[in-house]
Design a protein around this ligand. Structure first.
Ligand code: FES
Length: 155
């Protein structure tokens, strides 16, 4: 595996941006995930070489922060909040509905490669529960029907 020249350039710039290299791990991991769709063990090895940091330091970050995908995800990564406010407003039912109707078993990629449905903790939009994040966008005040329709209509 090799990173693109743009990604390597980004990593180089991030490394000189902070007082300590370790501080650049999160922005570099975001860039890796953006390019590759997820952060594979191979990507961590390559990143550790590019950053000249121990692999374990990078692995620790990916295992702590849930925003880093440690498995491949579908074209649309649907993160349904199942924390308290969203659960009280039907978040768990929403997650189950989407898993069933989009054929996306929890945390797996649907057979057509379009969807991965994940249940996540609070995403900070409690006042407009239930909500979901699809890739980088938030969708709030959802119903089972509106969420499914939104997802099916995505290109
Ligand atoms: S509980 Fe769902 S966004 Fe906070």
């Amino acid at each position: 595996m090799e990173f693109s020249s743009q990604l390597k350039e980004f990593i180089k710039k991030e490394l000189v941006r902070y007082e300590v290299k370790r501080s650049a791990i999160i922005p570099c991991l975001f860039a890796v995930q953006k390019e590759q769709g997820w952060v594979s063990p191979e990507a961590i090895t390559v990143l550790s070489k590019e950053m000249e940091l121990p692999e374990t330091w990078i692995t620790e970050v990916t295992s702590f922060y849930t925003m880093f995908n440690r498995k491949p995800v579908g074209k649309y990564h649907v993160q349904v909040c199942c924390n308290i406010s969203c659960s009280m407003a039907g978040g768990r039912e929403l997650a189950a509905h989407l898993e069933k109707n989009l054929s996306a078993k929890a945390g797996e990629v649907s057979p057509d490669g379009r969807y991965t449905v994940s249940r996540v903790e609070c995403l900070g939009a409690c006042g407009t529960a239930p909500m979901m994040q699809v890739n980088d966008e938030y969708y709030e005040n959802l119903t089972l029907e509106s969420a499914e329709k939104l997802l099916r209509e995505m290109e």
